[in-house]
Design a protein around this ligand. Sequence first.
Ligand SMILES: *Cc1c(COP(=O)(O)O)cnc(C)c1O
Length: 408
Amino acid sequence: MPTWNNIRADFPILHQQVNGKPLVYLDNGATSQKPRAVIDALVHYYERDNSNVHRGLHALSMRATDAYEGARTRIATFLHAADPAEIIFTRGTTESINIVARSFATRLKAGDVILTTEMEHHSNLVPWQQAAKASGATLRYVSVLGANAEGGLDLAALDQLLTPQVKVFAFTHISNTLGTINPVAELCRRARAVGAITVIDAAQSVGHAPLDVQAIGCDYLAFSGHKMCGPTGIGVLYGRRALLEKLAPDETGGGMVVNVTYEGATWKPAPERFEAGTPNVAGAIGLGVACDYLDALDRAAIERHDHALARLAYEKLSTLPGIRLLGPTGERGGLVSFAFPDVHAHDVVTFADEDGVALRGGHHCNQPLMRKLGLTSTTRASFYVYNTAEEIDVLVASMRRTLKFFVG
Ligand SMILES: *Cc1c(COP(=O)(O)O)cnc(C)c1O
């Protein structure tokens, strides 16, 4: 398993005890920890450059603007986007998807179809339900196959579902509950063949593997900074320029207008048109530094590391009596979700916390999928660059202790 020398030294938060035990942080699917470089960038910005962007002519404002726009360019490179103007800063994945879904809500009509999948996070599900309700369009789902969703998306059914009535196809890159890696380039190609716009939820993928929006061929892609070593409250909506030019602004106000009279206003082009008000300047700068950090580690190596940990965790956990492991049996993203018949996930997580292990238990914002699988909750361990094979042993030992207590 590839590891980096001293990588844990880059993350100050990891060096603490929880309940008298060394912290084992395995809740990266919910949010990742931040390296010193990102924390320092935030401090540096607030100590030296803090100012409002775009509207100032003084030195600090110009520095802040340069750093903010520099972060946009950095993120365009990170995604291999054709143009920095295709990068819109948002609060995160949820806001990014809402911007696109709300614009579809005003354009779709009865007879149109919104296609998504049964494995979506609520953030890539509820906005589409709302868009369908508002517009009269029909919402359809690509099924997930297998009693433990091990079969992934039912791609054989896709040709039937992808009719010319489908105007938008929204799907996740990596499932936050299952670890399934969807074939996003193929999904985009098949959607394009019927003229459907594609929206990818990349919250679980963008910080974990190389990602190239042009190679994937997507129209929109959404992600959050905080799951990829960046700050909270900052994220990105990538959109192909030709589409952004036609997309109506979601929010209006300062910074996104060219000319305002008492009668009305005209909009700036993308990306400013979608960034009304004072943006999260520090967050954008921190996200740019997070991109530097991940690229310096090498994103292909991050992918190998995370996948190897997930495989190891899957193998070791599968030896536990009665455990039900969800998602693919082969290649998977860096997380493992599981359930025990006789122990509630909240008890599992509470016991693990006593051992210093941070896990997540619940429906993981996937309530319909849980219901389909006959579950109310699962326990999830999710991995990142600073996790180690030894930590998986601590996880498994903690699970054994829990089972002993509840099952005997
Ligand atoms: C975390 C997550 C989201 C939501 O991200 P926010 O940062 O809360 O907006 C959406 N989709 C997936 C797959 C996620 O893992």
